[in-house]
Write a protein that binds this ligand. Structure first.
Ligand SMILES: C[S@@+](CC[C@H](N)C(=O)[O-])C[C@H]1O[C@@H](n2cnc3c(N)ncnc32)[C@H](O)[C@@H]1O
Length: 276
């Protein structure tokens, strides 16, 4: 049974169009995990698997598993994985829900990036996630912290517009996150030694509709699904109106000889050490 967080199909190719920008936070998060020689590593919400492979490079002796609830993402991850890594058993992918997936044995590192914002009530899930980490192991998470930014508030405003309000039921789950201090508290109260921080990236997105293009594979997806899918007249009209609003909020500018939009993008991170 698809759940609310899973029912909108993901488009791996579209998501990977900004692989560099989307990969940077994962790399920054990974850089702060001090585990030296973990044997079992899990990446929950691995998406198309491109960043999961970085875990194999960082810890060549580890068995790494990428888990995702989207069949499309797992298919893309499996197809795109280096054969050497999969044939040796160092990298595998499987379909599963972050809320329920359990490793055969507790893992030494559990990383989940840009995923928990899609899981309703995810703050309450943190103790369970820590419980899947072996004593002395590490939990690492990242989520967007930009739900109050114009890219999201304009989207919310437009959904209330009378042109679409009767079609947009809010049935599809909208991503959300908490403030860093709340993650710190939840992880500490669950018994881990935690550290949180935030970073604002400045994404330079090509063209006059770069911001629209960037969010179209994430935040815009559930809205267009409620409007009947990306191909419908309603979805088209909504997208046009959203693009207009985004061009006002993020005016296209010349930078380095090309037209771009600059999108400030706040991301929140936490790492937690599970007591040995
Ligand atoms: C924005 S992508 C992040 C991909 C990758 N971790 C990264 O850092 O680029 C979010 C992924 O979370 C997955 N996801 C959402 N809800 C999930 C759930 N409940 N269980 C497992 N995966 C989930 C989606 O299918 C999607 O592939």
């Amino acid at each position: 049974m698809p759940t609310r967080s899973q029912s909108t199909a993901w488009d791996p190719a579209r998501y990977l169009r900004y692989a560099d920008q989307r990969g940077r936070p994962f790399q920054d998060l990974l850089g702060r995990v001090p585990a030296e020689q973990p044997r079992r590593v899990a990446d929950l919400g691995c998406g198309p698997g491109n960043v999961t492979a970085l875990l194999c490079r960082r810890w060549p002796q580890a068995a790494v598993v990428g888990v995702d609830s989207s069949a499309e993402m797992i298919e893309a991850a499996t197809a795109g994985a280096e054969e050497e890594l999969t044939a040796s058993g160092r990298l595998s992918f499987e379909r599963g829900d972050v809320r329920e997936w359990q490793p055969a044995e507790p893992v030494d590192v559990l990383i989940t990036n840009a995923t928990l914002q899609w899981v309703p009530g995810h703050l309450g899930l943190l103790p369970s996630l820590l419980g899947r980490v072996a004593p002395g192991g590490w939990f690492a998470m990242g989520v967007p912290g930009n739900f109050g930014a114009p890219s999201h508030t304009l989207l919310a405003d437009l959904q209330r517009d009378s042109r679409w309000a009767n079609q947009i039921t809010g049935e599809q789950f909208r991503p959300t996150s908490h403030e860093p201090a709340e993650y710190l508290r939840a992880l500490t109260e669950a018994g881990a030694e935690a550290e949180v921080w935030e970073t604002t990236y400045y994404y330079v997105l090509p063209g006059v509709n770069g911001v629209l293009d960037f969010v179209s594979s994430t935040a815009l997806r559930p809205v267009l699904t409620e409007l009947g899918g990306p191909g419908t007249d309603a979805a088209h009209a909504f997208t046009e109106a959203y693009a207009d609003a985004l061009r006002t909020a993020y005016p296209p500018e010349m930078l380095g000889g090309r037209t771009v939009q600059v999108l400030p993008y706040r991301r929140l991170f936490a790492i937690a050490h599970v007591p040995a």
